[in-house]
Structures are given as C-alpha cells and as structure tokens.
Design a protein around this ligand. Sequence first.
Ligand code: IPE
Ligand code: IPE
Ligand code: MG
Length: 247
Amino acid sequence: MAEKKTFPEHVAVIMDGNGRWAKAHNQPRLFGHNAGMQAMKRIVIAAQESGVRYLTVYAFSTENWKRSTEEVQGIFRLIVKYVESELRELKENNVHINILGDYSMLPEASVRSLETLIGETKVNDGLKFNICLNYGGRDEIARAVNELTVKRMEQGLTPAECPVTEEEIARYLYTGSEHFGIPDPDLIIRTSGEERMSNFLTWQAAYSELMFTDTLWPDFGPEEFKQMLSDFGKRDRRFGGRKEEGK
Ligand code: IPE
Ligand code: IPE
Ligand code: MG
C-alpha cells in the first residue's frame, strides 16, 4: 500500500496537441512539434524547481509510426536538435535522463544523440527525466514477460512450482528494478482535451491520479503545471482502502 502523499514524486505527461496547435497557427505540423519541444524544456525546469523527483514524458508512441514519413522523420530530427541545444544545460542542472522504449529503431543520428544524452547524464542525481520514445505500454508488458520467461527457464522455474507474481512482472518493465527503477506515477497529465491513455504506462497507471486540460501542449506552461501539482494535494487517494483507515 502506497503512503499518502501531498506532493507527486513522479509526474508523467502525455504531451498532446502539437498538430492542432500548428493548424491553429496556419503552420505545418512540425512547427507544432518544435513548439512542443520548447514547452517540454519549460516543464523540465518547472519540475526541477517544484521538487518533482521523476518526470516522464510521452514523446513518441509505438503507434505514432502510422503517421507520414515526413512527420516521423521530422520528430526524430527535432530530438537531435534538442540534444545538441540542451545537453550542456541538462548536465549543469544535474538532470539524469533515461529513455523508455526501444529507441534502436530510430534513425542512426537520433540513436547516437540519445546515447550521448544518456551517457553524459548518467552520473547525475537530480531530476530523473524519462523520455518515452517508441514506447507502448502493451509492448513494454510483452517485453517484460519475454524477459522474465527466459530468466525463469534458465533457473528451471515453472509457474506451477513458483507462480508469476505482479511484483515479478513489474520488475522487468522499463520502470522495474531490472531496468531503471522508477516508481509508479502519482500523477498523469494529458493536454489537448483528449481523455484517454493511448497506451501510456498501462501497467504503472493502475492507481495514478489523472488530470486533463484543454490547453494544447505548446501552450502548456509552468503556471498551469504548478497549479496541477498543488491540486494533487487535494485528491483523496484510497488505493482500494477506506479513508478512515488512514490510507
Ligand atoms: C503530440 O501531438 C505529439 C506526438 C504524438 C508525437 P500530436 O502530433 O498528437 O498533436 P495532435 O493531437 O495532432 O494535435
Ligand atoms: C499520444 O498522443 C502519444 C504521444 C503524446 C506521444 P497521440 O496523439 O498519438 O494519441 P491518440 O492517437 O490521439 O490516441
Ligand atoms: Mg495527438
């Protein structure tokens, strides 16, 4: 049972609405993705300032490959640009970056940039900034099950003798102790008025508080973010228990 928190230790964000923002400004979709990157930088700073320990952002889903090649390649080019312009500041600010998702499927230049980003920030012990790239919650669970099956076969363990537990599955997710060791998100924010999960943190979101805003991602700023962090304290998280039992 998780303890009662008045402040979210882990905040996850579905950064949605770049395309609609671009359309509203009579610009191509990539213009919106570029503005989305700027919004992301502002939220990283706001998270640090507020004392959030883990910030996880959904940047590209396993389903986003369905978009045009132009848009997909453009998004990946923006990642390289982001790393080039931000690496120094992220290092100075002690930010530790992890990538959740199989980013090996991205173009070579993006993979190289991401590896630099991971390598150069891995000793940092400040904000844990997790970027979900080619990430899907179902894909993550399937990968975890495959990994734990291999481990169990090596150890000669069968479910009959030793049933697979929730803890065991969780351990092999990207967020699990076999990988990055990230706690479940306390708060998940989605911008742009859509109210769905779109395959984000499917396992980990079981008891997350959800907040939705109509603001399109490029317009989402520190003020609204900090208001949400403060509103989190008013939520009554019961985790299936009862209030009077102090949960
Ligand atoms: C979110 O913005 C960014 C990605 C999914 C990569 P969208 O591109 O989904 O923007 P809308 O939903 O079309 O407005
Ligand atoms: C979710 O947004 C994925 C990211 C923000 C990266 P989408 O725009 O892809 O989600 P749907 O298609 O509206 O569900
Ligand atoms: Mg969208």
